[in-house]
Design a protein around this ligand. Sequence first.
Ligand code: SF4
Length: 342
Amino acid sequence: MRQKLQSLTREELLQWLDLHGEKPFRAHQILNWIYVRMADDFDQMSDLSKPFRQVLAEHFYIGRLAVAQEMVSADATRKFLFRLEDGHTVESVLIPERDHYTLCVSSQVGCAQGCRFCLTGQGGLIRNLTSSEIVGQVWEVRKHLVHPTYLTNLVFMGMGEPLANYNALVQAIQVLTNSDWGMKFATRRVTISTAGLAPRLLDLGRDTRVNPAISFNAVTDDMRSELMPINRKYPIEQLLDTCRRYPLVKGRKLTFEYILFQGLNDHPDQARKLAKLLAPLKAKINLIPFNPYPGSEFQRPSEERIQAFQAVLIAKHFTSVVRYSKGLDIMAACGQLRAQHS
Ligand code: SF4
């Protein structure tokens, strides 16, 4: 049976080439064709001999994710529903910014974390994505774009908890950021959002140079555990201790995300507490007004309330930006992704 070529690591490909009497530089050629020149057929690899291309095609195929559905929002956000080889689906969201695109990538089918405000979490975890399925989302979207180089930023804030699928995540990051044969994304433009898997967060800092973003959302353990069950395992103090020990790349800050829920965590006193908790860290805080969905138990705070919260943080010398999610009308905004079709 033929194997999906992208499921091999570079080291595995090198071993296979060695076994078949081929020189190691062939690995660079093949990977460059797939990830840089976006080839999806061995016959396009014109600097490989025809007999060698045939051998490759006998053993491997170049896998692609099928686009089951593409929706375009009124604000030009595009949501892609990808069908995986086993029939499950995941979503990726392409967000147009002023001068570039950001792609929100999924790391799991479903999610086991069960955050109360998140649609993805409500169906539980179905399975982890493989590294090639994670990379495949980026690859397909890049292939879709008229100006592929405009896609410069990746955020792992789609379906799933990326750090709960750690090995596949790190392998995918290697392919996405390798500047020789990979997809050449700058590590400073790749953000991994976590609900707070503290031990894995330190691993991420050790193994990669991408940016972590911690989904924080509450300033007391009681409330955070209510909103995010993972807090029972890794409570606020442990999470912050991990953040203090995180090996930050020079010149960067840790990002904290704070979803604002009306009447729950949006009081200026809570902003002051948040500032106090994060004061020992090099931190910036993204405020995300909650995006209600049909049947959601939470509401979005008023504009006044959002700005009052932000003003407290700015007065305490934090960089704090309000992130208004895009793609609300096509359920592509933060926390709205769900494998409705799986
Ligand atoms: Fe999982 Fe993230 Fe949703 Fe929490 S917010 S349930 S970690 S996908």
